[in-house]
Design a protein around this ligand. Structure first.
Ligand SMILES: [Fe+2]
Ligand SMILES: [Fe+2]
Length: 278
């Protein structure tokens, strides 16, 4: 049997819902948020951005679940597992928050397609400690730092309570883990021999590449957009130009210094200290 089109994100209800609430926390009060609360010209963008967020948060559930398998498969210290399990629960909560916004905006939240997380064969065949560190560098350290910065930037500029509550709940989850991802990367690097550092630098560069090319494309249009955008931020929305500004700022303040401290950036040629990392 073949399913046609994207599958809606389903709710099981009953005992599942009770346990879900106990673990994930109460539903967020979305106040008067509705399709009618959003200016008509902005509604299609609002719907598509929040639907896309459901799909990416769902991917995060899958990646964090995979990470839990990887840290246990690697035989990591016992006290690593609670945070890894908590990361999965956080992403379930984020997916639920974004789905709730979609329903208020009058659109269905969908699963990504394909639903299954497809990984390169070479990655799946590598040893668990290597897989865990690859996931920690790309997802926990780099991608999470960027997405937290984007949510924090939206929250700074958003003046509409229902959306502020969604953004604040997302950020609160992320900040409880502090610098877990970066700390894990530092500790895990120590179990690989020094010669492997060029491989880990390549993993970091590979994780940064799509963000860098997205930011470079958006930079070309920067003069028109991306400055303040409070009317978009009100509904949790932003342009690619604003996203590029936040990415570049986060690179400078957090990602580059952290990667450099871990030896995960290629050493700079003399006299190029202001250049973005390659
Ligand atoms: Fe998330
Ligand atoms: Fe996350």
């Amino acid at each position: 049997m073949t399913a046609v089109g994207p599958r809606p994100l389903a709710i099981a209800g009953g005992a599942f819902q009770v346990q879900h609430r106990a673990l994930i926390g109460p539903e967020i009060d979305l106040g008067d948020l509705s399709a009618a609360a959003v200016p008509a010209p902005m509604l299609p963008l609002a719907r598509s951005i929040w639907q896309e967020r459901v799909r990416t948060e769902f991917r995060s559930i899958q990646i964090m679940t995979r990470f839990l398998t990887e840290v246990t498969g690697a035989g990591d210290p016992l006290d690593v597992y609670a945070i890894a399990a908590d990361l999965v629960a956080d992403e379930v909560r984020h997916t639920e928050l974004c789905a709730a916004v979609c329903r208020r905006l009058g659109v269905m939240p969908h699963l990504p397609e394909p639903v299954e997380l497809v990984e390169p064969e070479a990655f799946l065949k590598s040893a668990m400690p290597e897989r865990a560190l690859t996931t920690a560098i790309s997802m926990l350290a780099i991608n999470e730092t960027i997405s937290n910065a984007l949510v924090a930037d939206l929250l700074d500029r958003c003046d509409y309570e229902p959306i502020r509550r969604v953004l604040a709940a997302t950020l609160e989850d992320e900040t409880t883990h502090g610098s877990f991802g970066w700390d894990y990367v530092g500790a895990s690097l120590a179990r690989f021999d020094a010669g492997s550092i060029s491989h880990w630098r390549a993993v970091a560069a590979h994780a940064l590449a799509p963000h860098q090319s997205f930011a470079a494309q958006a930079a070309a249009r920067r003069s028109e957009n991306g400055e303040d955008e409070r009317e978009l931020a009100r509904f949790g929305l932003l342009t690619p130009e604003r996203q590029a500004i936040v990415f570049e700022r986060t690179m400078k303040t957090t990602i580059v210094p952290r990667l450099r401290a871990l030896g995960l950036l290629d050493p700079e040629p003399p006299g190029t200290s202001d250049r973005a990392p390659g």
